[in-house]
Unconditional design. Structure first.
Length: 368
């Protein structure tokens, strides 16, 4: 009977440190090679089968997984935040990190991180990520503009300067220099103009990538199914597909809910109180996407939702808004919104699975 060999690789841009450990925990091989597929395959081929390989999640993990997972019986991309042994125990060096990774894999102590199988799906995920990054950049620039105006006593919001024809009137509201009696000093005018120029460029990029992402999303069967759910548009549907990838990675609906940040976790120790609440560590983009879809569904009062959730939550939302409660706080406190988010995720997860690209089940709540 052949015993498994466990290969740990500490990956860097220029080189990789490799350690091979037997099933008994003995280090039988150490190597250093260039970070190329050909060099890594040559080292892996020297290890007897059956063999398992582990690396840590990082910028190179997806590329290496797609190129090397066929060379071993099992390849694991581990969550570095869970590998505290490497940072906390004993000396710290690249070759020791590779050995400790292999030992963690041998003991079954690594938490796997899901990786997409195809290059097309990886590029689609990067396209979704780029669009959301452009949105954040546009919001960041708008906040800088709003803050600059407010520092001079002009209380405006982003919608007040989206149209170019509204901007001259805003410049007139800026402070007047007491000597020259000019509407605004030249430096302040140049600051505002420069920020408006960068803001317009970001708006243009965001809109261009939004249209391109919608076209890509409309060509995918799973995204079209997601878009049929209440409150889910093309962008939200594409985001869900890009980051969830396949339902086969989740063992249950509750595991999916926890990964989305809308499930419940229980914490209890000794005779102390028991705490039940949503996980603090969650995928922030997915959580905002699914809660945003639920909020859209309940505030629209859509007829595809039960009356107790749709119309009732819509009235409660409007009462809370008139009372001064922010939508984000209302989402956290509203049980109907949470139930709607859970049902939206469950319905998308439970659709005919042949539509999805089936892959391995890599654990309940690994994050990518």
């Amino acid at each position: 009977m052949k015993h498994d060999h466990f290969i740990g690789i500490d990956v860097h841009c220029q080189f990789c440190e490799i350690a091979v450990v037997t099933a008994a925990g003995q280090v039988v091989q150490r190597e250093r090679c260039a970070t190329t597929v050909a060099a890594l395959r040559e080292v892996i081929d020297q290890v007897s089968r059956p063999r398992q390989l582990v690396i840590e999640e990082g910028p190179l993990a997806g590329w290496l997984w797609r190129e090397l997972h066929t060379e071993v019986e099992r390849m694991v991309v581990s969550d570095p935040r869970r590998n505290r042994l490497i940072a906390k125990d004993g000396d710290k060096d690249d070759d020791l990190d590779a050995e400790k990774l292999a030992q963690l894999l041998r003991g079954g102590f690594v938490k796997e991180v899901h990786q997409v199988e195809s290059l097309e799906r990886a590029v689609f995920k990067q396209q979704v990520a780029l669009y959301h990054h452009r949105v954040r950049q546009r919001v960041r620039e708008s906040l800088r503009l709003t803050s600059l105006f407010r520092q001079h006593g002009v209380m405006i919001r982003e919608k007040d300067y989206v149209a170019a024809e509204d901007r001259p009137a805003l410049l007139e509201r800026l402070p007047v220099t007491p000597v020259e009696r000019l509407p605004v000093t030249p430096v302040l005018r140049d600051l505002v103009t420069a920020l408006w120029t960068s803001y317009d460029a970001l708006v243009e990029q965001e809109e261009a990538w939004r249209k391109r992402l919608v076209r890509s999303a409309q060509a995918d069967d799973v995204v079209r199914r997601f878009a049929e759910l209440p409150g889910v548009s093309w962008i939200r549907a594409a985001t869900l597909l890009a980051y969830l990838d396949t339902p086969w990675r989740f063992r249950s609906k509750s595991a999916l809910w926890k990964y989305l940040g809308i499930g419940l976790e229980r914490q209890h120790s000794g005779n102390g109180p028991e705490h039940l609440g949503v996980p603090r560590r969650a995928h922030r983009l997915l959580k905002s996407t699914i809660l945003g879809a639920a909020l859209s569904a309940v505030t629209q009062g859509t007829t595809r939702l039960p009356t107790c959730i749709g119309g009732g939550a819509n009235k409660a939302y409007r009462r809370s808004w008139r009372g001064g409660m922010w939508p984000a706080r209302w989402r956290r406190r509203c049980g109907a919104c949470g139930k709607t988010a859970a049902r939206t995720a469950r319905n998308g997860w439970a659709w005919p699975r042949p539509l999805w690209q089936r892959s391995r089940c890599l654990g309940e709540d690994g994050c990518s």
